[in-house]
Design a protein. Structure first.
Length: 100
């Protein structure tokens, strides 16, 4: 698989997961799907519990699609100076590195 297909598929899975969380949240979250949209912090409606719920959904979608189990919120991710959870785009980049 080349990098472009990976990033496109990752972006699709992030958007799918956001839509699933938005549906489950009963209108409480309504996160955007643009790479520049805040995922956590900033203008994001997600609290810590919402972020965890989103990551669980996303990890399951990644496993279903790529047949690879990853843990997105691990010690490595939490120790970065610039959080991979800040924006949709930074999360996509981080997931790409986890899948390699």
């Amino acid at each position: 698989m080349n990098h472009e297909i990976d990033m496109h598929k990752i972006s699709e899975l992030i958007n799918l997961s956001i839509n699933q969380l938005n549906d489950q949240g009963g209108g409480n979250y309504l996160i955007g799907t643009s790479p520049e949209d805040d995922l956590f912090g900033g203008n994001s409606p997600l609290d810590s519990l919402g972020l965890v719920s989103f990551l669980v959904i996303l990890e399951q979608n990644i496993q279903d699609t790529f047949e690879k189990s990853i843990t997105i919120a691990d010690e490595k991710a939490l120790s970065f100076k610039n959080s991979p959870f800040k924006k949709i785009g930074t999360l996509a980049d981080y997931i790409s590195t986890l899948l390699k």
